[in-house]
Ligand binder design. Structure first.
Ligand SMILES: [Zn+2]
Length: 94
């Protein structure tokens, strides 16, 4: 089991932990919300482009392309960012 080092307090944090024991920073794994949001937008755009090219009777193909693109991007993003860890420390102002 590999350990991570907290950038805030330099404590050793076990991989998979949700909170740093040293400074209570929150650990977030996987892609950021912006990347997931971007993938969804890309899939919707791809689906609507295909849907607009094809005749209306074949609009189901646009949905299939959109859902297929979303599934493809989701698995790609998941595998690329699976080792990404963010230490999010909430600084209290008082
Ligand atoms: Zn820490």
């Amino acid at each position: 089991m590999s350990n991570l080092t907290c950038p805030h307090c330099h404590n050793s944090v076990p991989m998979g932990a949700s909170v740093c024991r040293g400074c209570h920073a929150e650990l977030k794994y996987g892609p950021s919300r912006a990347i997931v949001f971007g993938s969804v937008i890309l899939a919707v755009v791809a689906g609507s482009i295909v849907g607009s090219i094809l005749p209306h009777s074949m609009s189901i193909v646009g949905w299939i392309v959109g859902i297929g693109t979303l599934g493809f991007l989701y698995t790609r993003v998941r595998s690329i960012y699976k080792d990404r860890v963010v230490f999010k420390r909430i600084y209290r102002t008082r």
